[in-house]
Design a protein around this ligand. Structure first.
Ligand SMILES: [Zn+2]
Length: 126
């Protein structure tokens, strides 16, 4: 089952990070999306090798605030800032840890290869 489906069972239409009821609908070009707008939240930024497949809906405001931090690192930062979202974000980090491998397996064709010998780079030198 996809991570976002599992998240919907757990948080329904509330942002897992702050609890706000998220809004969706058609995005109007040229308009700034409201802070409550639902966006795809990734545990690891795509630019840093995070998987496009692993995401849950989080609100626009939290997504912007999280920036490129993982949920775990962001949770620690929020904790230090005494931000009320810290505990929720820590729970979300844990949720990702527990479910990301199941979720990855829900995509046919992208199962990790098993028992494949991959030569280390240093053995290729010379
Ligand atoms: Zn939020």
């Amino acid at each position: 089952m996809h991570l976002s489906t599992l998240a919907a069972h757990r948080w329904r239409d509330k942002c897992p990070c702050c609890g706000v009821r998220m809004t969706g609908g058609r995005y109007i070009a040229g308009r700034v999306a409201p802070p409550t707008y639902k966006t795809r939240g990734h545990d690891k930024a795509i630019a840093e090798g995070g998987s496009l497949n692993l995401w849950v809906w989080i609100c626009n405001r939290c997504n912007v605030n999280q920036a490129s931090l993982s949920f775990e690192v962001w949770a620690r930062k929020l904790m230090r800032a005494d931000d009320a979202r810290a505990e929720r974000v820590a729970e979300l980090a844990d949720f990702f840890r527990r479910h990301e491998s199941d979720s990855r397996h829900s995509y046919p064709g992208v199962r990790p290869a098993e028992n494949v010998e991959v030569p280390r780079i240093d053995t290729l030198a010379d």
